[in-house]
Ligand binder design. Sequence first.
Ligand code: THU
Length: 135
Amino acid sequence: MTAMSLLQRALEARANAHAPYSGFSVGAAIRCPDGSIHVGCNVENASYPEGTCAETGAIAAMVAAGRRAIAEVLVVAEATAPVPPCGGCRQRLAEFAGPETPVILAGPDGERLRTTMGALLPGSFGAGHLPEMPA
Ligand code: THU
């Protein structure tokens, strides 16, 4: 049920993807512990490295809405194999998620693979590795 509504929201976002260079549209939907859902799509740029991923857009929308915790994330794209978040997005998601946080990889027709942040980004660097900030 939850995954279905996440998929629906991610597909709506994906329909707005700006992907004229790759032709590869991606949508992402994040559910927060309070049940709110925040979405993003990839936004490419003529200066190729300046493009942003769907997950990054969803994280920005979540933070702008005042949320700081990811309960579940779904990524939807159309490809032969399920499409996982790229390395940079795994790190960005990990900032607000835990190792057990579910990551659902979906195609337009539904869920294809269910994994976790810990499986996608083992041994990750996080705030705990930073020296304590002076008060
Ligand atoms: N892309 C995403 O938006 N999320 C991913 O998890 C993988 C890749 C985008 C970036 C680029 O706009 C296009 O897909 C092709 O790499």
